[in-house]
Design a binder for this molecule. Structure first.
Ligand code: GLC
Length: 554
């Protein structure tokens, strides 16, 4: 049933149309602008674009409050522009994934308007109602501190409705077969317009039971199979990438034992422990989470990311670990959000230290999974903490040093472009970085290119090499008699390390450095000994016997 496993080794780039490129000068990014930037993305080497919500929406949660699933919000263009864009992407060999936000709608969606108006409406049962305020109404908020309740009284319906997120996002009754059928129809619609799949929003809530009597929701995993099957009947290589911040022991329920559910999931477990490792130079909890998330069907894949459009959620760390990350990367209350995370962009979190930014990216590109880049991170873009909640890390793309970073010709951009200071568009922009060999942009391009030449990471099995030093992470991937060994030093100081590649025969004698001339040859005891600089990283291909032979011939 599976036609192609393209997602196992893709390079995904996530962006919001509204803040990427404005072609018509109204201050809002649009599909025509994005279309003009496809060559930039192609040059960077990305193989898939994940578009954040662009459907018609009152935009009170950046489009995650959809008012019409079958249309493009007029601010971004038309369905015609959308198809031009998917066509342009296809011509360049780039796939398009889009957000599928079906846990809830906007309260301005026609379904909700009908539902609240008329108890007899067929849409009434598309939402979750209660005559009385349920006792757990002040529990389970996703945005604590901002969101006060999960049940809100509706004066038109004269009942309470359930909303896991903000009160303007009423939850759909996803157990209702008619709602499920509509979700399939939405998928079918966009598939027909050229997308290769969906980043499915809030999956545990979509499949969780909902209602006034539900104390602890239980997951209806079968639903995932229904979505997946439908998708593949329509388009064999289309995928779902699930946003599900869950514990490792439930991962297999999401993937399905035989890989019959979600093809991809974001690895939140690794993400949080990765930040802990970056903050503490201690890779042990990260290693534990890599091992815990290792089991997955052969056709499944992790999505690996550093920062996304939301806060860096640290809810799965222990209180002590979380505090270490807060202290290192978000010490001010204003940098933190929802009692569990940090709302900053990557570069300012790492104090703009290029060595650490490269280290973080090198990790993201080489840990088991498919890397997902956030737009602007390839330039080391910053954040604007004056903007509320998560908006601080959603400012427009910085293209050049023209006014508003070349994002728009309008004087009223949808969000202020970051200006002045180290992250201002005057210095941090694509046009300038293109011209400098050593820029973050060119580094990212080179590293993406190398990542594509190391398919072992996406396809292979991995093993963590034993090293006594907790600051060092050493991973070996094996695939079709090829092996790569990737080393990272998470500490600021240089480390001397000794390690065994662990391959039989002569396989690990020579390690060829894929990013520089600095290769490594094992000592007579078979072990490698080398010094790795502070925050250093090494990508090696093992089994360089040919190289040895060539050297002795020369
Ligand atoms: C997901 C999105 C987030 C959004 C929420 C509600 O968590 O990532 O941005 O606010 O769902 O749809």
């Amino acid at each position: 049933m599976i036609n192609d496993l393209w997602y196992k080794n893709a390079i995904i780039y996530c962006l919001h149309v509204g803040t990427y490129m404005d072609a018509n000068g109204d201050g809002v990014g649009d599909f025509q602008g994005l279309l003009r930037r496809l060559d930039y993305l192609h040059g960077l080497g990305v193989t898939a674009i994940w578009l954040m919500p662009f459907q018609t929406s009152p935009n009170r949660d950046d489009g995650y409050d959809v008012a019409d699933y079958y249309n493009v919000d007029p601010r971004y263009g038309t369905l015609g522009d959308f198809v031009e864009f998917t066509h342009g992407a296809r011509q360049r060999g780039i796939r398009v994934l889009i957000d599928l936000v079906v846990n809830h709608t906007s309260n301005e969606h026609a379904w909700f308007k009908e539902a609240r108006k008329d108890p007899q409406s067929k849409y009434r049962d598309w939402y979750i109602w209660s005559k009385k305020k349920p006792p757990n109404a002040n529990k389970g908020m996703v945005f604590p501190g901002v969101q006060k309740t999960t049940w809100t009284y509706d004066s038109v319906a004269k009942e309470y409705y359930f909303h896991r997120f903000y009160d303007f996002q009423p939850d759909l009754n996803t157990s209702n077969p008619l709602v499920q059928a509509e979700i399939l129809k939405i998928m079918g619609f966009w598939i027909q317009l050229g997308v290769s799949g969906f980043r499915m929003d809030a999956v545990p809530f979509v499949i969780g039971t909902k209602g006034a009597k539900v104390k602890t929701p239980h997951e209806q995993y079968d639903m995932l199979r229904t979505f997946r099957e439908f998708l593949q009947w329509r388009e064999g290589d289309a995928i779902i990438l699930a946003e599900a911040n869950v514990l490792p022991d439930t991962d297999m329920h999401y993937f399905g034992d035989d890989g019959e559910r979600m093809q991809m999931m974001f690895n939140f477990q690794v993400n949080q422990h990765l930040f802990y490792a970056l903050a503490s130079s201690d890779t042990r909890p990260l290693i534990k989470s890599l091992r815990a998330t290792k089991p997955r069907p052969a056709t499944a894949q992790w999505g690996l990311f550093l920062r996304n459009h939301d806060e860096l959620d640290l809810g799965r760390l222990t209180d002590k670990e979380r505090q270490v990350v807060f202290d290192a990367f978000g010490p001010d209350k204003d940098m933190q959000l929802y009692d569990r995370g940090i709302r900053r962009r990557l570069a300012p979190m790492l104090a703009g230290d290029r060595r650490r930014i490269e280290l973080a990216y090198s990790l993201m590109f080489t840990l088991p999974g498919t890397p997902v880049i956030r737009y602007g991170d390839e330039l080391g873009m910053g954040d604007d903490l004056k903007l509320p909640e998560r908006n601080c890390a959603r400012t427009p793309m910085q293209w050049s040093n023209e006014p508003h970073g070349g994002f728009t010709k309008s004087d009223k951009p949808i969000m202020p472009v970051i200006s002045h200071g180290p992250y201002g568009y005057e210095h941090t922009n694509a046009a300038i970085q293109r011209r400098h060999d050593e820029s973050m942009l060119n580094w990212t391009e080179r590293v993406i290119r190398m990542r594509k030449e190391v398919p072992e990471i996406g396809w292979g099995d991995f093993e963590i090499l034993r090293l006594r030093d907790p600051a060092i992470l050493a991973i070996r991937y094996d695939w079709r008699n090829n092996s790569v060994v990737i080393l990272h030093n998470l500490d600021a100081n240089a480390r001397e390390i000794t390690f065994d590649v662990g391959l039989e025969n002569e396989g690990g004698r020579v390690l060829i450095n894929l990013l520089s001339e600095d290769h490594s040859e094992a000592q007579s005891n078979g072990k490698h000994k080398l010094v790795i600089e502070g925050y250093g990283y090494r990508w090696y291909r093992a089994g360089g016997l040919d190289y040895l032979l060539r050297r002795s011939e020369a």
